[in-house]
Design a protein around this ligand. Structure first.
Ligand SMILES: [Zn+2]
Length: 205
């Protein structure tokens, strides 16, 4: 597979298009949480929650071709294949549990949408899917670039640059670094870690 590398500015442009197509004010108005699940559906994609692996090692998976996907069926119990259509994003249902963080669920959704936006042409017709695996199961994968790009676009979709900056300058007065990260993570409904990384990458922290 030939990998195309997108510069960050291009990724920001893709995010702007996707977000403003859904709602201009999300990009130009008061900084707020980006409704990533609604945006995914507005893109004509289907979100489906399933137990993807017994071990929880796969958090999300984007389906590019009609066909089958492996899931874990607790009733059997065992693995089984379900029919899936192109444009389905499978999310591990452990991410919807009460103990699970909203930030983690939202980041997984954004990451998978990013795969669809960036890598559709790459995967279509190959019968392969783009799966988001937990860190422990990432070996030295040739998919590293694809994953890095999906992570970056995922972060941009949830925290688009103009909104990140607007929120930063609005909230910075009177807050120390930790408080600022916490409160901004709250505004955008992302994890504190995701917010910290995004701010550092933008040289705001
Ligand atoms: Zn991925």
């Amino acid at each position: 597979m030939r990998t195309r590398y997108y510069r960050e500015q291009v990724l920001e442009g893709i995010a702007r298009e996707v977000i403003t197509a859904y709602d201009q004010s999300l990009y130009h108005g008061v900084p707020t949480m980006i409704p990533i699940e609604d945006i995914i559906e507005a893109q004509g994609l289907t979100l489906e929650f399933q137990c993807l692996r017994k071990t929880g090692s796969v958090l999300g998976e984007t389906i590019f071709d009609d066909g089958g996907a492996v899931i874990y069926d607790r009733d059997i119990p065992g693995y089984t294949i379900i029919e899936v259509k192109s444009g389905t994003i499978l999310i591990d249902d452990s991410l919807c549990g009460e103990d699970s963080s909203t930030g983690r669920l939202r980041f997984t959704c954004a990451h998978e949408l990013a795969h669809w936006l960036l890598h559709k042409e790459l995967y279509s017709g190959t019968g392969e899917s783009a799966a988001m695996v937990t860190e422990s199961s990432i070996t030295q994968s040739q998919n590293n670039t694809l994953e890095t790009q999906a992570n970056l676009l995922g972060a941009i979709l949830l925290m688009p640059r103009p909104q990140l900056k607007r929120c930063f300058y609005r909230l910075r007065p009177g807050r120390d670094r930790q408080r600022l990260v916490t409160d901004m993570a709250d505004v955008f409904q992302v994890s504190k870690q995701a917010m910290r990384i995004r701010l550092e990458n933008q040289q705001l922290l």
